[in-house]
Design a protein around this ligand. Sequence first.
Ligand code: SAM
Length: 240
Amino acid sequence: MSVWRMLLAVACLAACETGRVAPANSSDGQAAARARMVQEQLVARGIHDPHVLAAMGKVPRHEFVSERYQAHAYDDYPLPIGAQQTISQPYVVAYMTEQLQLTGDERVLEVGTGSGYQAAVLAEICREVYTIEIIDALAARARATLERLGYRTVHVRAGDGYQGWPEVAPFDAIIVTAAPDHVPQPLIDQLKVGGRMIVPVGEVNQSLVRLTKTADGVREERLLPVRFVPMTGAAQTPRH
Ligand code: SAM
């Protein structure tokens, strides 16, 4: 089994206010494949938020992978994006986005920009997206792709997302697409009361966790077993 098929096996368990975002090209040659992906991989598996379905039906996923993988961009598995990193399987992007319960006016932080695809999906739904990528080359490429496609509400930073983005915090929602072995405290601190964070937590056995910040603390729900690349940087520094 190829590594990508294996990732799928484990991971199978990233549009209102669209006027704010320059529209992606819906007449590209992959529109039919994209519509099929939405029906067969998302609706059929229970994704129902109309904002998420509209966004996934609009963002040209093939623009976020290299030419070599474009023919597979709407297939039901993750794909390589270089630097030993991956763009997540479409279902996982949709599921995590749906769990954020976005309605359109949010400012969202993403940790783990990768290709920029998840950020584009978020930008179709919410007001402003701040996304951080620890590998400089990926951050630069994602920034260029998002600019080329007209996603002006996405702000890309190269750096360690463990620390969040304090200058523009707090956020209505936070999505983490690399797995730390604990939830980073700076991210909890940068979430608004009422805000939601979705984060894969763990080393070998990871769980997708949703945290909701309340006036009294943080409520935690374990959603699914998942397999994400590890969060690097400060997340891997031993804690005392
Ligand atoms: N969301 C991405 C997309 O749509 O293409 C896919 C993310 S990929 C599964 C995880 C990404 O998290 C990788 O690009 C990796 O370099 C990045 N990453 C890992 N640790 C990080 C950290 N501490 N801060 C920011 N990014 C990190």
